[in-house]
Design a protein around this ligand. Sequence first.
Ligand code: SAM
Length: 225
Amino acid sequence: MKIDIISVVPQLMESFFAHSILRRAKDKALLEVNTINLRDYTTYKHGQIDDYQFGGGAGLVMMVEPLVNAIESLQKQKKYDEIIFLTPDGENFNQKMANTLSLKENLLFICGHYKGIDQRVRDHYITREVSIGDYVLSGGEIAAAVLVDAIGRLIPGVLNDETSALTDSFQDGLLAPPVYTRPQEFLGWKVPDILLSGDPVKIDEWRHEQAIERTKIRRPGLDEA
Ligand code: SAM
């Protein structure tokens, strides 16, 4: 999979992509993430990419032309399955969307700044608008990094054990059950006996019950979402 990200501050994401699980995905040639500096595509003086809003009001808007130049130049090199604008008024990102996007080959993300991007880019190029939550960030870079991480770890081969992602929260409409590791007892706090029983069927049943219980308490209705 290839993910290109247009940003005015690409360096914000570079260290994130150079480490963590994404580094492993890159080393295994399963995921390639490229950051593109929007200022390389402006024809305005001093790398200008934003301007005042028509109609007045506080906050600058990212101009249509540099964004269109960047998108069209990238589109000459590959066909994107989705061109995604990260924006607080978009569709809420969730595990289901991460699963869907992990099956795509080429994605393009656009990170906004200031008041956002000129609406004409949204009208003519964007195929999907995605929010990572009901709050406002200063820029789309952190949101883009969230999507890349959540999508990247679902690509087969990225995690050492692929089944791990399948047993995480939200995959089957449930939160994940509690997990334990060594030692078996610490300060008198014991690991549940069932996990030490060596009976895989019973352990699976216990985990499923725990997942249901946890979901009922913390996220009632999650399985209907
Ligand atoms: N004026 C915009 C609004 O009220 O919807 C907010 C602009 S915000 C300050 C600047 C940029 O940060 C946005 O264009 C978007 O790319 C990014 N951003 C902010 N919050 C986000 C969120 N919850 N999810 C995804 N992207 C977000």
